[in-house]
Design a protein around this ligand. Structure first.
Ligand code: GLN
Ligand code: ZN
Length: 776
């Protein structure tokens, strides 16, 4: 029996973020479309050649994208909303980018006035399409938009072009296509309910045409991604899958489809999945190893199984012997393909670039390139015997063994402390109503107290100073002096305009997770470990490799400096444990829950130290609590239980008179409102301006007892809202909640804004709060 290796997708951005550079030069008018196309072609050629050289048998094509593969699919089928002025025919690059980023506005219509590549800016002013998270990853896709009576037509031949491009380079690829059922499920409609079945019927002929063209171009296998198969599906959804794949199998029998699922197990969709008329099925055995047995029992012998055995969502080196033990018996019975669990889009590219990473930690890691190497070792062991790859197997075993025992990972003090943590640690002494009285006495705030979420503009100057300090061009003392001045100016200004609860401005922080990760033990950071978040934006998630502890206070000095400048309450500002966890690569040798509890204890120490230093209010941001929700509803409760408990462990070490704030910058609370209530924060600030306070409905319905700061203005744009607009929003909030519950603040931190609009907006915000008080 034969074992082959597949890659389901390779990172697009390039080892040095070449795609980011090329895109941003094009967008700013510094280069033309030809330069961008050439840069993209170069990245593709290198990715193909590299994967081939690493021993991949099924090299993917069409995994590349200028911005997003879901948007590519919308372009392929001609689902372009009317506002972009597209008149049919091939979707050109500028229409494509207009959907992705909006036209005019953000990157400055003026700067483009004379650019030579037919920019749409200037002539039109259209917003970008909505963007949202791709399943439970931190990758964002552009939400397809469908209208009633939506028609589809083949409008981009990118997938065929790229297949031929690789073929011309001597590489026979397996094109990647986002499946029609998942594509429709990811989309939405502005024009009322659309019938999914009708949409699918209209869409399938385009998919058939694409497959026919691929076949004519010489493709034999096509990877068709249907990650919706790991979600909770209804009968109707499953019927759509059957309808789609029967139609495709009938129309294009020559093409073999590898139906690809990832980010979880097939669960209750398993029977349907194995019965679909496709040639192959890929399953995620990292997230759902238990499904192998059932798939083997139920899959017809002719179905080629692709086993996702290497983690495409994380950075750990695999324990190859452990994987061999699972796949060896399968390989004896049938042909199999070995693959990463999902596309490698979600991992950094190449560990070899991390020359500054601690050697021991490095030995435990594998990025995209190393993961493909691991697959090729596995295939070698199965096809030619273990002896042929003995050295690689031994190295993998040694790394696995060292992770089990390394004192860098295992800290007995942390384990001991966790063992003693009891339920009482996760409880404030008194209930909210009693705490509220104590806090009101201590703080003496007016009705409708005003505050901000934490950060103030991270200006060019601040970023330059940070970079200079990082490079050693600015001494510690100089940098510190600079930050003190920024902070002092910001504190004075907040006092001047009459804000009630102040913040220090977070100028010293590079990022709300990294800043803490760098000061906690158990985290490592990469230099080039970038992962695409959306378009040209990439992030470098911290790597949580070991037990977490806090060697020394992290924020107390900056807080103390800022509080020393004013008599008004200065908030202590922290990132919460769940958010730190959700925005990092997390260890796979302990549960997420355990890792989160350790972080919670470390944050608790900081909270206690801030209180001891005199902080009356401490804010613990949980910006990423909601996005950690598991894909299946059945798994929500367990996640929310421990996530909430971790927040409470972090926040409950203080006296009842100390006010705990939290902040969550999103607007969907219906699903999690009970959990948010259980967090037992004294004040929560949330994002509401764009939804016109609608989401407060969830809080009102739940009878949320504590105080709430519903954002009265949207910080995502430079627009300065008028006083009346904000008083109007406050009125709307008052109609849903008691006036004593309300705080007045923006939607989120102000770090991405500039000073002029920040000043104007906050002055108006304070005026709006005063107007509300006068009415009360
Ligand atoms: N305190 C952080 C800030 O103001 C919160 C950011 C966030 O919620 N994303 O920047
Ligand atoms: Zn926020």
């Amino acid at each position: 029996m034969s074992v082959t290796v597949a890659s389901l997708g390779f990172p697009r951005i390039g080892p040095r973020r070449e795609l980011k550079t090329a895109l941003e030069r094009y967008w700013s008018g510094k280069s033309d479309g030809g330069v961008l196309l050439a840069a993209a072609a170069d990245l593709r050629a290198k990715a193909w050649a590299r994967q081939k050289a690493l021993g991949v048998d099924h090299v993917p094509s069409n995994d590349f994208s200028f911005y997003d593969h879901v948007l590519d699919t919308s372009a392929m089928v001609g689902a372009v909303p009317g506002i972009y002025g597209w008149k049919g025919g091939p979707v050109d690059l500028d229409t494509y980018f207009a959907i992705a980023r909006g036209a005019q506005g953000t990157d400055g219509g003026e700067a483009h006035a004379d650019c030579g590549h037919g920019c749409t800016h200037g002539a039109v002013d259209v917003p970008a399409a909505e963007m949202t998270k791709w399943f439970d990853t931190n990758y964002h896709y552009l939400v397809p938009e469908f209208s009633t009576g939506q028609a589809f037509a083949l409008s981009s031949t990118k997938i065929v072009d790229e297949f031929l491009e690789a073929k011309a380079q001597g590489i026979h690829t397996r094109p990647v296509l986002l499946g029609p059922v998942t594509f429709i499920r990811l989309g939405k409609s502005h024009t009322g309910e659309v019938n999914r079945e009708e949409l699918l019927r209209a869409l399938l002929p385009v998919y058939e045409e694409v497959l026919k063209r691929l076949s004519a171009a010489g493709a034999d296998w096509v990877q068709i991604d249907e990650p919706c198969l790991v979600l909770d599906l209804t009968h109707e959804d499953r019927a759509l899958l059957a309808m789609a794949y029967e139609a495709l199998a009938k129309a294009v029998p020559a093409v073999k489809l590898m139906l690809t699922t990832y980010f979880g197990g097939l669960g209750d969709n398993l029977d349907e999945a194995v019965a679909l008329p496709v040639a192959g099925l890929h399953i995620d055995l990292v997230r759902a190893p238990e499904q192998l047995e059932e798939v083997l029992a139920k899959a017809p012998g002719t179905l080629v199984l692709s086993l996702g055995v290497i983690d495409g969502r994380n950075v750990w080196r695999a324990d190859l012997e452990k994987i061999l033990a699972v796949v060896e018996p399968v390989a004896r019975e049938r042909d199999i393909v070995l693959a990463p669990s999902c596309s490698l889009l979600h991992t950094p590219i190449d560990l070899a670039q991390e020359t500054e990473l601690d050697g021991e930690v490095r030995g435990w890691l594998a990025f995209a390139v190393q993961k493909l190497e691991e697959l090729s070792v596995l295939a070698g062991a199965l096809n030619e015997g273990r002896g042929s790859v003995a050295e690689a197997l031994a190295a993998s075993a040694a790394a696995a063994a060292s992770r089990k025992t390394s004192p860098r990972i295992h800290d007995e003090a942390v384990a001991a402390r966790l063992a003693f943590a009891d339920a009482a640690m996760a409880r404030r002494s008194k209930a909210f109503t009693a705490r509220r009285t104590l806090q009101a006495e201590k703080l003496g705030l007016p009705a409708f107290p005003t505050t901000t979420i934490g950060s103030f503009p991270q200006t060019e100057e601040v970023r330059k100073a940070r970079a200079a300090h990082g490079k050693g061009a600015m001494t510690d003392a100089e940098y510190e002096g600079f930050l003190r001045e920024e902070t002092a100016r910001t504190v004075r200004w907040q006092e001047e305009i009459g804000l009630d609860v102040l913040v220090h401005g977070e100028f010293e922080r590079n990022d709300m997770v990294q800043y803490f990760g760098e000061q906690l033990s158990g985290f490592a950071f990469t230099k080039h470990g970038w992962v695409q978040s959306y378009g040209s934006r990439c992030v470098r998630p911290p790597i949580l490799f070991g037990d977490v502890s806090r060697p020394r206070p992290m924020t107390v000095a900056w807080w103390g400096y800022a509080q020393g400048l004013t008599d008004r309450p200065m908030k202590g500002m922290l990132t919460g444990p769940v958010t730190i966890l959700n925005w990092s690569f997390v260890r796979d040798d302990v549960t997420r829950e355990l890792a989160c509890r350790q972080i919670a204890l470390a944050i608790r120490d900081e909270v206690v130290d801030l209180e001891r230093a005199g902080a009356r209010i401490i804010q613990i941001d949980e910006a990423a609590l909601r996005e950690g929700l598991p894909l299946r509803r059945g798994d929500w409760k367990s996640y929310l239980d421990w996530a909430v408990e971790c927040f409470r462990i972090a926040s409950s070490g203080v006296a009842d008179a100390t006010q705990i704030h939290t902040h969550m910058c999103y607007s969907e609370f219906n699903d999690i409102i009970a959990a948010v209530g259980d967090m037992d924060a004294d004040v929560i600030s949330i994002e509401t301006a764009r939804s016109k306070m609608e989401l407060l409905g969830a809080f009102a319905e739940y009878s949320y007892p504590a105080e709430i700061g519903p954002g009265v203005y949207d910080i995502h744009s430079p627009r300065v809202p008028a006083v009346e607009e904000m008083t109007g929003l406050l009125e709307a909030a008052r109609s849903r909640l008691a006036p004593e519950q309300l705080w007045v603040n923006p939607d989120c931190g102000l770090k991405t804004r500039k000073w002029p609009e920040t000043r104007a907006a906050l002055v108006n915000m304070v005026a709006a709060a005063r107007a509300a008080r006068a009415l009360a």
